[in-house]
Design a protein around this ligand. Structure first.
Ligand SMILES: *[C@@H]1O[C@H](CO)[C@@H](O)[C@H](O)[C@H]1NC(C)=O
Ligand SMILES: *[C@@H]1O[C@H](CO)[C@@H](O)[C@H](O)[C@H]1NC(C)=O
Ligand SMILES: *[C@@H]1O[C@H](CO)[C@@H](O)[C@H](O)[C@H]1NC(C)=O
Ligand SMILES: *[C@@H]1O[C@H](CO)[C@@H](O)[C@H](O)[C@H]1NC(C)=O
Ligand SMILES: *[C@@H]1O[C@H](CO)[C@@H](O)[C@H](O)[C@H]1NC(C)=O
Length: 192
């Protein structure tokens, strides 16, 4: 004979307690899964610094140098069940890896991004106070001119019918440019 009597009121109560705890646990898990958010991914692509392209700056004439930098911002919402709403997205450009040399800013209008979607936005800045001599020197011996691009915005997530509160969104990007004026490695064809 078993020592346990499952029909006793004491055990039946324990059984109810276990059921309650398990269902609370499952509810908490479902809630956590449906509220969990993942920050959108961000990168800076297709950067072209014409002023560092040796094929168009062979005479190194400073007054004729094109001061513009063209680029593409890529933001990706990898969540399968939640949308993202971005406020205006600001890009702060710096020469070097710290913020000592600000060279320009660009702002994209805010937008909504659906589930599992990727956005590509092209822009161009006209640089000011860019240390062209140092950058030209760096790329001319085969190394890279390094730029820093800080991307910032405020975002909120759409969970079924409602939005979460806004969160700060900030991503620091490092862009390395060689003497083709392009971001090294891929893509080689960086214009357009
Ligand atoms: C640089 O370019 C400007 C404008 O095209 C021209 O006036 C100037 O003579 C050039 N300077 C040199 C040193 O070639
Ligand atoms: C920024 O970096 C440059 C060299 O890349 C360095 O000379 C300078 O001291 C740095 N500035 C700060 C505030 O760290
Ligand atoms: C770029 O933005 C920074 C920070 O918002 C600001 O201090 C700076 O004046 C701006 N630079 C230009 C060239 O607009
Ligand atoms: C450089 O950028 C400025 C500002 O975006 C723009 O007005 C100008 O046409 C550009 N110049 C070239 C040569 O693309
Ligand atoms: C190229 O020049 C940069 C800056 O002038 C220097 O930091 C770097 O060490 C040089 N690289 C080579 C391979 O000579």
């Amino acid at each position: 004979m078993s020592d346990y009597d499952f029909s006793s009121s004491k055990n039946s109560c324990a059984c109810h307690c276990v059921k309650l705890i398990v269902s609370l646990g499952v509810t908490a898990l479902i809630l956590w899964l449906s509220l969990r958010t993942t920050k959108p991914k961000c990168s800076i692509r297709d950067v072209y610094v014409r002023g560092l392209d040796k094929s168009v700056n062979s005479d190194n004439n400073v007054t004729r140098r094109d001061k513009n930098i063209s680029f593409q911002l890529n933001v990706k919402n990898e969540m399968k069940e939640k949308g993202v709403r971005y406020d205006d997205i600001t890009l702060n450009f710096y020469y070097g890896t710290n913020t000592s040399y600000p060279i320009g800013n660009f702002t994209f209008d805010g937008f909504k991004q659906g589930k599992d979607k990727e956005a590509f936005k092209s822009g161009m800045i006209e640089t000011s106070n860019m240390p062209w001599d140092g950058a030209t020197k760096a790329v001319s011996n085969g190394s890279k001119a390094v730029f820093r691009v800080d991307v910032s915005s405020r975002i909120k997530y759409k969970i079924t019918f409602w939005y979460t509160k806004k969160h700060d969104y900030f991503v620091e990007n490092k862009v390395e440019i060689d003497d083709t004026g392009c971001k090294g490695l891929v893509p080689r064809k960086c214009i357009g």
